[in-house]
Design a protein around this ligand. Structure first.
Ligand code: PMP
Length: 285
Protein backbone atom coordinates (compact mmCIF):
# COMPACT_ATOMS: atom_id res chain seq x y z
CA UNK A 1 0.00 0.00 0.00
CA UNK A 2 1.27 3.45 -0.88
CA UNK A 3 2.04 6.14 1.62
CA UNK A 4 0.44 9.41 0.56
CA UNK A 5 0.56 12.93 1.94
CA UNK A 6 -2.56 14.82 3.02
CA UNK A 7 -2.59 18.18 4.81
CA UNK A 8 0.53 17.61 6.90
CA UNK A 9 0.30 13.84 7.43
CA UNK A 10 1.89 10.83 5.79
CA UNK A 11 -0.86 8.21 5.65
CA UNK A 12 -1.58 4.80 4.15
CA UNK A 13 -3.54 5.59 0.96
CA UNK A 14 -6.73 3.99 2.29
CA UNK A 15 -6.75 6.35 5.29
CA UNK A 16 -6.39 9.60 3.31
CA UNK A 17 -9.86 11.17 3.19
CA UNK A 18 -11.10 14.55 1.94
CA UNK A 19 -14.47 16.23 2.64
CA UNK A 20 -17.31 15.82 0.12
CA UNK A 21 -17.58 19.64 0.34
CA UNK A 22 -14.03 20.14 -0.87
CA UNK A 23 -14.14 22.61 -3.78
CA UNK A 24 -11.78 20.40 -5.73
CA UNK A 25 -14.48 17.70 -5.68
CA UNK A 26 -17.48 20.00 -6.20
CA UNK A 27 -16.07 22.62 -8.58
CA UNK A 28 -12.71 21.41 -9.95
CA UNK A 29 -11.39 24.35 -7.93
CA UNK A 30 -7.86 23.07 -7.75
CA UNK A 31 -4.47 22.99 -9.42
CA UNK A 32 -1.89 20.26 -9.83
CA UNK A 33 1.64 19.41 -10.87
CA UNK A 34 3.29 16.18 -11.95
CA UNK A 35 7.02 15.80 -11.38
CA UNK A 36 8.91 12.86 -12.83
CA UNK A 37 11.29 10.73 -10.79
CA UNK A 38 14.25 9.08 -12.48
CA UNK A 39 16.86 7.15 -10.52
CA UNK A 40 15.09 8.22 -7.31
CA UNK A 41 15.53 11.92 -8.10
CA UNK A 42 13.09 14.66 -9.07
CA UNK A 43 13.27 16.06 -12.60
CA UNK A 44 12.98 19.87 -12.79
CA UNK A 45 11.32 20.26 -9.39
CA UNK A 46 12.03 23.96 -9.50
CA UNK A 47 10.17 24.49 -12.75
CA UNK A 48 7.10 22.71 -11.41
CA UNK A 49 7.19 24.65 -8.13
CA UNK A 50 7.36 27.97 -10.00
CA UNK A 51 4.45 27.06 -12.28
CA UNK A 52 2.42 25.87 -9.27
CA UNK A 53 2.91 29.22 -7.60
CA UNK A 54 1.73 30.95 -10.76
CA UNK A 55 -1.38 28.74 -11.04
CA UNK A 56 -2.24 29.48 -7.41
CA UNK A 57 -1.75 33.22 -7.90
CA UNK A 58 -3.94 33.30 -11.01
CA UNK A 59 -6.75 31.70 -8.98
CA UNK A 60 -6.12 33.77 -5.85
CA UNK A 61 -5.55 30.57 -3.95
CA UNK A 62 -3.31 30.43 -0.92
CA UNK A 63 -0.15 28.29 -1.03
CA UNK A 64 -0.36 25.82 1.85
CA UNK A 65 3.43 25.51 2.15
CA UNK A 66 6.75 27.00 1.08
CA UNK A 67 8.74 25.63 -1.84
CA UNK A 68 11.47 24.12 0.36
CA UNK A 69 8.92 22.22 2.45
CA UNK A 70 7.21 21.05 -0.71
CA UNK A 71 10.51 19.65 -1.93
CA UNK A 72 10.96 17.80 1.35
CA UNK A 73 7.50 16.23 1.06
CA UNK A 74 8.24 15.15 -2.53
CA UNK A 75 11.52 13.57 -1.43
CA UNK A 76 9.99 11.90 1.61
CA UNK A 77 7.25 10.29 -0.49
CA UNK A 78 9.82 9.06 -3.03
CA UNK A 79 11.82 7.58 -0.14
CA UNK A 80 8.89 6.00 1.72
CA UNK A 81 7.45 4.46 -1.45
CA UNK A 82 10.87 3.42 -2.77
CA UNK A 83 10.29 5.09 -6.13
CA UNK A 84 13.16 4.58 -8.53
CA UNK A 85 11.32 5.68 -11.70
CA UNK A 86 7.86 7.18 -11.68
CA UNK A 87 6.23 10.40 -10.62
CA UNK A 88 4.95 12.52 -7.80
CA UNK A 89 1.45 13.95 -8.26
CA UNK A 90 0.59 17.08 -6.29
CA UNK A 91 -2.83 18.69 -6.00
CA UNK A 92 -3.95 21.77 -4.12
CA UNK A 93 -7.61 22.73 -3.88
CA UNK A 94 -9.37 25.68 -2.30
CA UNK A 95 -10.54 23.37 0.49
CA UNK A 96 -13.94 23.23 2.11
CA UNK A 97 -15.95 25.48 4.34
CA UNK A 98 -18.53 22.76 4.87
CA UNK A 99 -21.05 23.73 2.20
CA UNK A 100 -21.43 24.45 -1.51
CA UNK A 101 -21.31 27.98 -2.86
CA UNK A 102 -20.01 29.59 -6.07
CA UNK A 103 -18.41 32.36 -4.05
CA UNK A 104 -14.92 31.52 -2.79
CA UNK A 105 -14.85 30.74 0.93
CA UNK A 106 -13.11 33.19 3.26
CA UNK A 107 -9.31 33.43 3.26
CA UNK A 108 -8.98 31.48 6.51
CA UNK A 109 -10.34 28.26 4.97
CA UNK A 110 -7.34 25.94 4.68
CA UNK A 111 -6.48 24.73 1.19
CA UNK A 112 -6.32 20.95 0.76
CA UNK A 113 -2.95 19.57 -0.30
CA UNK A 114 -2.51 16.02 -1.50
CA UNK A 115 0.56 14.27 -2.89
CA UNK A 116 0.98 10.69 -4.02
CA UNK A 117 3.48 8.70 -6.04
CA UNK A 118 3.17 6.37 -9.01
CA UNK A 119 5.88 3.83 -9.69
CA UNK A 120 6.80 3.35 -13.38
CA UNK A 121 9.89 1.17 -13.58
CA UNK A 122 11.99 1.77 -16.69
CA UNK A 123 9.89 4.81 -17.63
CA UNK A 124 12.71 6.49 -19.57
CA UNK A 125 13.39 3.37 -21.68
CA UNK A 126 9.89 3.44 -23.16
CA UNK A 127 9.32 1.04 -26.04
CA UNK A 128 6.61 3.41 -27.24
CA UNK A 129 9.23 6.11 -27.82
CA UNK A 130 11.09 3.77 -30.17
CA UNK A 131 7.97 3.31 -32.29
CA UNK A 132 6.38 6.72 -31.91
CA UNK A 133 2.69 7.47 -31.37
CA UNK A 134 -0.27 8.14 -33.64
CA UNK A 135 -2.50 11.13 -33.05
CA UNK A 136 -5.84 12.33 -34.35
CA UNK A 137 -7.01 15.94 -34.44
CA UNK A 138 -10.05 17.03 -32.46
CA UNK A 139 -11.67 20.40 -31.77
CA UNK A 140 -10.28 22.16 -28.70
CA UNK A 141 -13.34 22.56 -26.51
CA UNK A 142 -11.63 23.42 -23.23
CA UNK A 143 -12.07 26.63 -21.28
CA UNK A 144 -9.99 29.72 -22.11
CA UNK A 145 -7.41 29.67 -19.30
CA UNK A 146 -5.36 26.65 -20.27
CA UNK A 147 -2.24 28.41 -18.99
CA UNK A 148 -3.46 27.57 -15.48
CA UNK A 149 -2.84 23.93 -14.59
CA UNK A 150 -6.27 23.15 -13.13
CA UNK A 151 -7.73 19.73 -12.37
CA UNK A 152 -10.57 20.27 -14.89
CA UNK A 153 -9.41 17.42 -17.11
CA UNK A 154 -12.69 16.13 -18.47
CA UNK A 155 -12.22 17.36 -22.04
CA UNK A 156 -8.62 16.08 -22.27
CA UNK A 157 -9.97 12.77 -20.92
CA UNK A 158 -12.68 12.74 -23.59
CA UNK A 159 -9.97 13.51 -26.14
CA UNK A 160 -7.95 10.47 -25.09
CA UNK A 161 -11.09 8.34 -25.39
CA UNK A 162 -11.78 9.73 -28.89
CA UNK A 163 -8.20 8.84 -29.83
CA UNK A 164 -8.58 5.36 -28.40
CA UNK A 165 -11.86 4.80 -30.26
CA UNK A 166 -10.08 5.82 -33.48
CA UNK A 167 -7.25 3.32 -32.85
CA UNK A 168 -4.83 6.17 -32.07
CA UNK A 169 -2.70 7.00 -29.04
CA UNK A 170 -3.56 10.64 -28.43
CA UNK A 171 -5.25 13.72 -29.82
CA UNK A 172 -4.00 17.13 -30.90
CA UNK A 173 -6.52 19.86 -30.30
CA UNK A 174 -7.33 22.45 -32.93
CA UNK A 175 -8.81 25.90 -32.45
CA UNK A 176 -9.43 28.47 -35.21
CA UNK A 177 -7.58 26.20 -37.63
CA UNK A 178 -4.40 25.97 -35.54
CA UNK A 179 -3.08 23.23 -33.27
CA UNK A 180 -3.10 24.28 -29.62
CA UNK A 181 -1.55 21.26 -27.88
CA UNK A 182 -1.99 17.57 -27.13
CA UNK A 183 -4.44 16.37 -24.48
CA UNK A 184 -1.63 16.27 -21.91
CA UNK A 185 1.44 17.50 -23.76
CA UNK A 186 2.83 20.25 -25.96
CA UNK A 187 2.92 19.67 -29.74
CA UNK A 188 5.81 20.28 -32.17
CA UNK A 189 6.69 19.82 -35.80
CA UNK A 190 10.12 19.84 -37.41
CA UNK A 191 10.99 21.19 -40.84
CA UNK A 192 14.64 20.84 -41.79
CA UNK A 193 16.61 22.25 -38.90
CA UNK A 194 13.65 24.22 -37.50
CA UNK A 195 11.45 23.22 -34.59
CA UNK A 196 8.00 24.78 -34.62
CA UNK A 197 5.75 24.88 -31.57
CA UNK A 198 2.85 27.11 -30.63
CA UNK A 199 3.67 30.37 -28.87
CA UNK A 200 2.70 30.69 -25.20
CA UNK A 201 -0.56 32.38 -24.20
CA UNK A 202 -3.82 31.58 -22.45
CA UNK A 203 -4.54 28.93 -25.08
CA UNK A 204 -1.94 26.40 -23.92
CA UNK A 205 -0.12 25.24 -20.83
CA UNK A 206 3.43 26.48 -20.59
CA UNK A 207 5.10 23.06 -20.34
CA UNK A 208 8.07 22.65 -18.06
CA UNK A 209 9.45 20.07 -20.48
CA UNK A 210 8.76 22.47 -23.38
CA UNK A 211 10.91 25.13 -21.77
CA UNK A 212 13.82 22.75 -21.20
CA UNK A 213 13.59 21.14 -24.64
CA UNK A 214 13.53 24.50 -26.44
CA UNK A 215 16.61 25.56 -24.48
CA UNK A 216 18.46 22.33 -25.37
CA UNK A 217 17.40 22.68 -29.02
CA UNK A 218 18.86 26.20 -29.19
CA UNK A 219 22.04 25.04 -27.48
CA UNK A 220 22.33 22.31 -30.13
CA UNK A 221 22.13 25.03 -32.86
CA UNK A 222 18.62 24.09 -33.95
CA UNK A 223 16.27 26.88 -34.96
CA UNK A 224 13.12 27.38 -32.88
CA UNK A 225 9.97 29.12 -34.13
CA UNK A 226 7.24 29.72 -31.57
CA UNK A 227 4.14 30.13 -33.74
CA UNK A 228 0.93 28.33 -34.54
CA UNK A 229 0.68 25.68 -37.23
CA UNK A 230 -2.14 23.74 -38.87
CA UNK A 231 -2.75 19.99 -39.09
CA UNK A 232 -2.01 20.23 -42.84
CA UNK A 233 1.38 21.81 -42.16
CA UNK A 234 2.09 19.13 -39.56
CA UNK A 235 1.18 16.37 -42.00
CA UNK A 236 3.69 17.80 -44.46
CA UNK A 237 6.46 18.22 -41.87
CA UNK A 238 9.61 16.11 -41.64
CA UNK A 239 8.90 15.13 -38.04
CA UNK A 240 6.48 15.68 -35.20
CA UNK A 241 6.68 15.08 -31.48
CA UNK A 242 5.16 15.96 -28.12
CA UNK A 243 6.68 16.76 -24.75
CA UNK A 244 5.50 16.32 -21.17
CA UNK A 245 7.03 15.69 -17.78
CA UNK A 246 6.21 11.97 -17.86
CA UNK A 247 6.75 11.15 -21.55
CA UNK A 248 9.74 13.50 -22.02
CA UNK A 249 10.10 13.83 -25.81
CA UNK A 250 7.76 11.44 -27.64
CA UNK A 251 7.89 11.10 -31.44
CA UNK A 252 4.60 11.36 -33.35
CA UNK A 253 4.61 9.25 -36.51
CA UNK A 254 1.07 9.66 -37.80
CA UNK A 255 -1.52 12.46 -37.76
CA UNK A 256 -5.11 11.73 -38.84
CA UNK A 257 -3.94 8.62 -40.71
CA UNK A 258 -1.20 10.37 -42.62
CA UNK A 259 2.41 9.28 -41.95
CA UNK A 260 4.87 11.97 -40.88
CA UNK A 261 8.18 11.82 -42.75
CA UNK A 262 9.12 8.17 -43.07
CA UNK A 263 6.45 7.16 -40.55
CA UNK A 264 9.11 6.35 -37.96
CA UNK A 265 10.59 8.49 -35.13
CA UNK A 266 12.66 11.31 -36.63
CA UNK A 267 16.30 12.14 -35.95
CA UNK A 268 15.57 15.47 -34.26
CA UNK A 269 12.97 14.07 -31.86
CA UNK A 270 15.19 11.10 -31.06
CA UNK A 271 18.20 13.34 -30.41
CA UNK A 272 16.17 15.79 -28.30
CA UNK A 273 14.85 12.92 -26.20
CA UNK A 274 18.42 11.76 -25.53
CA UNK A 275 19.63 15.26 -24.66
CA UNK A 276 16.60 15.97 -22.47
CA UNK A 277 16.97 12.74 -20.50
CA UNK A 278 20.70 13.15 -20.09
CA UNK A 279 20.64 16.81 -19.06
CA UNK A 280 17.61 16.62 -16.81
CA UNK A 281 18.93 13.55 -14.99
CA UNK A 282 22.20 15.41 -14.40
CA UNK A 283 20.28 18.33 -12.87
CA UNK A 284 17.79 16.17 -10.94
CA UNK A 285 17.35 16.65 -7.20
N1 PMP B 1 -0.18 20.74 -22.04
C1 PMP B 1 -1.11 20.12 -21.29
C2 PMP B 1 -2.55 20.39 -21.56
C3 PMP B 1 -0.73 19.24 -20.25
O1 PMP B 1 -1.66 18.63 -19.49
C4 PMP B 1 0.64 18.99 -20.04
C5 PMP B 1 1.10 18.01 -19.00
N2 PMP B 1 0.87 18.48 -17.72
C6 PMP B 1 1.58 19.66 -20.85
C7 PMP B 1 1.12 20.51 -21.84
C8 PMP B 1 3.06 19.45 -20.67
O2 PMP B 1 3.53 20.11 -19.53
P1 PMP B 1 4.80 19.58 -18.73
O3 PMP B 1 5.92 19.50 -19.71
O4 PMP B 1 5.02 20.60 -17.69
O5 PMP B 1 4.42 18.24 -18.18
Amino acid sequence: MRTVYLNGDYLPEADAKVSIFDRGFLMSDGVYEVTSVLGGKLIDFDGHAVRLERSLNELEMRAPMEKDDLLQVHRELVRRNEIEDGLVYLQITRGSDGDRDFVYPSEDVEPTIVLFTQSKPGMAQSLVAKKGIKVISIADQRWGRRDIKTVQLLYPSMGKMMAKAAGSDDAWMVENGAVTEGTSNNAYIVKGNTIITRHLGNEILSGITRKAVLRFAKEAQMKVEERSFTIEEAQGADEAFVTSATTFVMPVVEIDGSAIGAGTPGAVATRLREIYLEESCKAAV
